[in-house]
Design a protein around this ligand. Structure first.
Ligand code: KIV
Length: 271
């Protein structure tokens, strides 16, 4: 008899069933063991090891510099912290764009070295061949359309995408292409809510929105944004659930004061 408690794991199939049942999907980013453990225990459906690690963990201005090795390191840390949720890992810029063989090799490295359950990559028609190859190798793929931050130097801004008819039409085509190529879900970032609704209704696979309105099949937020670790980033789509910047600053200031005044450690805190 097994001594391990039975845990109901979330799989890509679970997400498909959730969409079919009209149950919304919750996704949050994480980059380390401790936060992954908290989010998993809180009941999150999906953890995304986002290449936003480049911004919030490494302090880069964009997601462009983060490397495959660094993403694998973050994914390994997250995987050690979870019991039941699905872990998706972003393929970083440069690890899949050149050709589909390189894309497959990068995806295999992520899966083998991190123990994560799936990968995500940005783009539409231009990455479909790579997606087909990765899916054929048995690796679940999440797509990402709309504002794709790895293309920031092409876009020039982080403004809402696909407001114009031509870009919206291309996005709708790309969404169908990604579904046909075998993606199990699709992130829609910073596009008009009406377009996200139309795309979500046209697909059998779930859409996960960020700045894409309420009619996506799920929502994702970057943990540092929703926990208020950095109060300077306040886009309209962000709901901040905590003000950790204030709480942490207050706690550390109190600690400094206690050390300086010799209040800490007390006798009870000494051996
Ligand atoms: O890297 C990331 O955090 C993401 C989300 C914003 C979807 O791709």
């Amino acid at each position: 008899m097994s001594v391990h408690k039975e845990v109901k794991k979330i799989t890509t199939n679970t997400l498909l069933k959730m969409k079919a049942a009209g149950e919304k999907i919750s996704m949050i980013t994480a980059y380390d063991f401790s936060f992954a453990r908290l989010f998993d225990a809180a009941g999150i459906d999906v953890i995304l090891v986002g290449d936003s690690a480049s911004n919030v963990m490494a302090g880069h201005e964009t997601t462009v510099p983060i490397t495959l090795d660094q993403m694998i390191y973050h994914a390994q840390c997250v995987v050690r912290g979870i019991d039941r949720c699905l872990v998706v890992v972003d393929m970083p810029f440069g690890s899949y764009q050149s050709n589909s063989d390189i894309a497959l090799a990068s995806a295999i490295r992520i899966m083998k070295e991190s123990g994560a359950h799936s990968i995500k990559l940005e783009g539409g028609a231009e990455v479909v061949e790579s997606i087909r190859k990765i899916v054929s190798a048995g690796i679940p793929v999440m797509g990402h359309l709309g504002l794709t931050p790895q293309s920031i130097y092409k876009f020039g801004t982080y403004n809402v995408r696909a407001k114009e008819e031509a870009e919206a039409a291309q996005l709708k085509k790309d969404a169908l292409l990604l579904q046909e190529a075998g993606c199990f879900a699709l992130v829609l970032e910073k596009i008009p809510a009406s377009l996200a609704r139309e795309v979500s209704q046209s697909l059998a696979i779930p859409t996960i929105g960020i700045g894409a309105g309420a009619d996506c099949d799920g929502q994702v937020l970057v943990m540092h944004d929703m926990l208020g670790i950095n109060n300077t980033f306040r886009p309209r789509f962000l709901r901040q659930y905590l003000n950790l910047q204030e709480s942490i600053t207050g706690a550390v200031q109190q600690y400094i004061q206690d050390v300086k005044s010799s209040d800490f450690p007390s006798q009870a805190e000494s051996y």
